[in-house]
Design a binder for this molecule. Structure first.
Ligand code: KIV
Length: 293
């Protein structure tokens, strides 16, 4: 882990920033799998999203995993959902996050349309992401219907993190971003989805936006760590969108705890800058541009 006082030397050939002093070794997929919190304890896994090199540098020392989430569609590009996000965008941001991190395991979201068609399509997309970014794993939304694809990738050397419950890429079929599993049939389906994905070899599973008993049941049922977001503090780990947690947006999902108020601080800094620029006293134009006699 990097100490808080790290400085960075930029290698201009590769754009890679090398921290001083040197950081710890990078977290691996098997070491995450081994962190399944057994009954009675263990340290929960810490995961945040990161989309850019500088954010990755700042978050890396504090996280076990950095997720290059397709939420970057809304957070960085102002898109209405994650549906329009492309493989090209994920590869570009994934490479930046890998360049900016030394410690955390970097996982890249497979964007909508890049994996659902067939295991072969998923393999091609995931292989491209790993080759072009240097990340170690991909994340894929979906339950039982994606289990064969998860197995196909894992058996061919691509670690997969699952994602069940509220799956934002399915917003058009779900009809919104409300919590899932409010009736018994839906709850049973989500638990079954997580179990199929775990059996297929996922090394961890994100559980998003479900009523708490579902997250607890899944966490007890699957052998891999569960990472909650709007799910339960009893998951094996927690993920949040970093910009939500930093308070960059006035409106965030109800479950988000803000650890800062960056929106207000950035606005105040910009206002201070603007006021100082406007208060400048400029010399007359003739003094600046008049040619020397
Ligand atoms: O895209 C994303 O940021 C995610 C997290 C919310 C888990 O999938």
């Amino acid at each position: 882990m990097l100490p808080m006082s790290s400085t960075f030397t930029i290698d201009t050939a590769t754009s890679r920033a090398t921290p001083t002093p040197a950081p710890m070794k990078r977290v691996t997929v098997p070491s995450i799998l081994a962190r399944k919190v057994k009954e009675g304890g263990g340290e929960p896994l810490v995961m945040l999203t990161a989309y850019t090199v500088r954010t990755a540098q700042l978050l890396d020392p504090h996280c076990d995993m950095l997720l290059v989430g397709d939420s970057l569609g809304q957070v960085i590009y102002g898109l209405p959902s994650t549906v329009p996000v492309t493989l090209e965008l994920m590869a570009a941001h994934g490479a930046a996050v890998v360049r900016g991190s030394y410690h955390a395991l970097v996982i890249i979201d497979m964007p909508f349309g890049s994996y659902e068609e067939s295991p072969e399509q998923a393999f091609r997309s995931a292989a491209r992401l790993l080759k072009e970014t240097g990340a170690a794993a991909v994340k894929m939304e979906g339950g039982a219907a994606m289990a064969a694809t998860v197995r196909f990738l894992v058996e061919r050397g691509i670690p997969v993190m699952g994602h069940v419950g509220l799956t934002p890429q399915a917003v058009n079929t779900l009809g919104g971003y409300g919590a899932r599993g409010r009736n018994q049939a839906e709850a049973a389906k989500i638990v079954g989805d997580a179990m199929r994905i775990a059996e297929a070899g996922a090394f961890a599973i994100v559980i998003e936006g479900v009523v708490e008993p579902i997250a607890i049941e899944i966490t007890r049922a699957v052998p891999c760590p569960t990472i909650g977001i709007g799910a339960s503090a009893q998951c094996d780990g927690q993920v949040l969108v970093a910009e939500d947690m930093l308070g960059l947006f006035e409106r965030t999902p109800r479950f988000v705890r803000k650890f800062d108020d960056l929106a207000a601080r950035i606005s105040a800094a910009a206002a201070g800058y603007a006021a100082e620029v406007k208060a400048r006293s400029f010399p007359g134009a003739d003094q600046v541009y008049a040619p020397k006699a």
